[in-house]
Design a binder for this molecule. Structure first.
Ligand code: UT7
Length: 326
């Protein structure tokens, strides 16, 4: 087996900020409710016409530059998103064209908020088997496009953004252990009901607002804490890493209370937990990679550090990865 190294990270956030005060003017909510229930103060929203590929391309350019990799030698592009530019072609193909990564194979991967860890794990397999040397993983979301801006129970939670990681053949492995889980008996808890083959877009789906995300927040909250703790423990076991050796926990940024509860149950002190939910809200698959990239940019991740990514989302799906920063 070859070794697979995380060679560079990048991110792109739209410049337009939507604050809790702005939302107070749109729906029956308050800054106090949003802050205390979620930890979110503001989120980024794209301008009209900006799609997932546009954010993904900008994040990719930064990751590729940091990795010292030219787009012309990318073998594979994997995009994780629940807001693809189009049902098909894949968003990966749009990104390929914009980057000029002409020799790459391209596909999109659907694993909701766990998308980055699923994508990273997939990329690592391609490199370790020797099939590909340079893989680009992009997690990009324009959740504002599938958010019901009349539904206060969901519209305060989400934001837009993208992150990217370059995985290359190296001397050592960056990913020491992973765990991925799913539960298809809970598909109703968080979903985008219409627009696929199950409920094609129609006047009915539009009238019933089925082209927007639906979420049973309470139910999700309960499951999220349990499965995120379980996923992290299993990934740590596979990596043969102790909780005490973790330098930084980077959880999916869905709710500050979920993050705090997960860290507490894992016995990880809060000063080793990275959070940027107050500034960006929940960006689905982009949340984890944006937080990973930002933590690195802030100098919080140094060579030899052990970083644990821990995610959970619609499907249901969950996944955790134990990473040694090389
Ligand atoms: O990324 C994928 C994974 N996502 C998650 O894991 C999300 C998990 N869930 C959550 O983060 C939380 O459940 C929410 C933040 C979504 C909701 O918090 P909660 O503490 O579970 O609130 P709730 O749904 O139980 O609602 C409590 C009350 C309700 O009023 P009544 O029925 O008690 O009178 C809601 O109608 O809060 C009301 N409410 C709001 N009030 C003001 C719901 N949304 C709002 C709002 N502003 N935006």
């Amino acid at each position: 087996m070859k070794c697979a190294k995380i060679a560079g990270l990048g991110k792109c956030l739209p410049s337009k900020i939507l604050t809790n005060a702005d939302l107070e003017k749109m729906v029956d909510t308050t800054d106090e409710w949003i802050t205390t229930r979620t930890g979110i103060k503001e989120r980024r929203i794209v301008d009209k016409g900006v799609a997932a590929s546009h954010l993904g391309v900008e994040a990719s350019k930064i990751a590729l530059e940091r990795a010292g990799i030219s787009p012309s030698i990318i073998d594979l592009i994997i995009v994780t998103t629940i807001t693809p530019d189009t049902q098909f072609p894949s968003t990966a193909c749009y990104i390929q064209e914009a980057l000029g990564a002409s020799r790459a194979a391209c596909f999109d991967l659907s694993a909701a908020c766990s998308g980055f860890v699923y994508g990273l794990t997939t990329a690592v397999q391609f490199v370790k088997t020797g099939l590909y040397k340079n893989v680009l993983v992009v997690s990009s979301e324009v959740l504002s496009a599938i958010t019901d801006w009349q539904d206060r129970s969901t519209c305060v939670l989400f934001g837009d953004g993208a992150g990217a990681a370059v995985i290359t053949e190296g001397d050592q492995d960056s990913v020491l252990g992973v765990y991925m889980g799913s539960d298809g008996s809970e598909t109703e808890v968080l979903s985008l009901p219409a627009g696929g083959s199950r409920i094609p877009t129609s006047q009915y789906s539009l009238d019933n607002r089925l082209h927007y995300m639906k979420m049973q927040g309470n139910e999700l909250f309960r499951i999220a804490v349990r499965v995120m703790v379980d996923a992290a423990k299993r990934a740590l076991k596979k990596a043969a890493v102790n909780v005490a050796d973790i330098s930084l926990l980077i959880p999916h940024q869905a709710n500050e209370r979920i993050i705090t509860a997960v860290a507490k149950r894992l016995r990880i002190p809060q000063d080793k937990v990275y959070m940027n939910i107050s500034r960006y809200g929940n960006m689905s698959s982009a949340s984890t990679i944006v937080a990973f990239c930002e933590a690195w940019e802030e100098g919080l991740i140094k060579s030899g550090d052990i970083v644990v990514l821990d995610t959970f989302g619609g499907g249901l799906v969950w996944a955790s990865a134990v990473i040694k920063w090389l």
